[in-house]
Design a protein around this ligand. Structure first.
Ligand SMILES: CCC(=O)Oc1c(C)cccc1C(=O)O
Ligand SMILES: [Zn+2]
Length: 311
């Protein structure tokens, strides 16, 4: 009998029930959604091979698999509905998620072809697949790869990381925090776009900067790609929400315009080696294209990048 898509159900890592498209296949059910692009598929890495997560009925019990699958679908829909983009490559590339990767692995990743999630050690992280912004962050690395393909070190690498956070926060749209629901160590979040320095109490290595003058210039973390990303994150937050930062006032323009500006800058103007200054120019250009060169959007971009010391 041929495979066909069905509506299935499951409970996520935190016991939240959800419904999603899956597939009936040879008398069983699998986490393979054939309704989005060339597919959204989730598999359990402990089975060792690229085997879809199977269930004998439409109720899936593996919390990480359920969350990874549902979050990948939500992120696929975000790019389709917001920008008309069909998956990471805008050509329907199948979205693969592997869960239970490693041994209590405190990580999540995009390896150029798929998303991978660790279970966390329960001290630093809960299972990372439970974070909608985590899934959106990982898939957004795929979008960056197929657009500007920003080199993953130094300032271009910080932009790569920042775009993953920006779209992560746009998909998981109720706050400007990253990883807020998967922290097991009592901290507020993994990163805060609203106030990057907020998490300073936890950080042993370099603090998260909220101004270019405070950028990390060492060699840790590929030259601080997860550290200096906070400078661009703060700018994006200010463009959307506005605020006063280091005596510079920014009049916010909201999430809807902000996400369009960043997507256009990423997909049309930035290149592999773009730095923060080029990010400023690309965002000004994109805002002008979309809303007019004398618009409040262009003004917000100029104000926000000045507020974080990027010219
Ligand atoms: C928000 C997702 C995130 O930052 O995942 C990572 C983690 C938890 C550790 C190391 C790298 C990454 C990443 O995807 O950049
Ligand atoms: Zn990342």
């Amino acid at each position: 009998n041929t495979a066909h898509d069905v509506t299935a159900f499951g409970t996520g890592v935190f016991g939240d029930r959800k419904m999603f498209e899956a597939q009936a296949y040879e008398g069983k059910f699998r986490l393979f959604d054939v309704t989005r692009g060339d597919g959204v598929v989730t598999y359990d890495n402990t089975t060792g091979t690229n085997l879809d997560v199977f269930s004998i009925n439409k109720m899936f019990k593996d919390g990480s698999a359920v969350d990874a699958h549902a979050n990948a679908q939500k992120t696929y829909d975000y790019y389709q509905d917001t920008f008309g983009r069909d998956s990471v490559d805008d050509n329907g590339q199948i979205l693969i998620s592997a869960v239970h990767v490693g041994n209590n692995w405190n990580n999540a990743s995009w390896n150029g072809r798929q998303m991978s999630y660790g279970d966390g050690d329960g001290l630093r992280f809960h299972p990372l697949a439970a974070g909608l912004d985590v899934a959106a962050h990982e898939m957004s690395h795929g979008v960056v790869q197929h657009t500007a393909n920003l080199i993953y070190r130094g300032e271009s690498g910080a932009l790569n990381e920042s775009f993953a956070d920006i779209f992560g926060a746009m998909v998981d749209r109720d706050d400007w925090l990253i990883g807020e629901n998967i922290m097991a160590d009592g901290t507020l979040a993994l990163r805060s776009m609203e106030d990057p320095t907020d998490l300073i109490e936890r950080r042993t290595e370099a603090p998260y900067p909220d101004h270019w003058s405070k950028r990390y210039t060492g060699t840790l973390d590929n030259g601080g790609v997860h550290i200096n990303s906070s400078i661009n994150n703060k700018a994006a937050y200010l463009i959307s929400e506005g605020g006063e930062h280091f005596d510079v006032a920014v009049n916010g323009i909201g999430r809807d315009k902000t996400e369009q500006i960043y997507y256009r800058a990423l997909s049309l103007y930035l290149t592999r080696s773009s730095d923060f200054s080029m990010m400023r120019e690309a965002a000004i250009q994109a805002a002008g294209d979309l809303y007019g060169s004398d618009s409040d959007a262009v003004a917000a971009v100029e104000q926000a990048y000045s507020a974080v010391g990027v010219y």
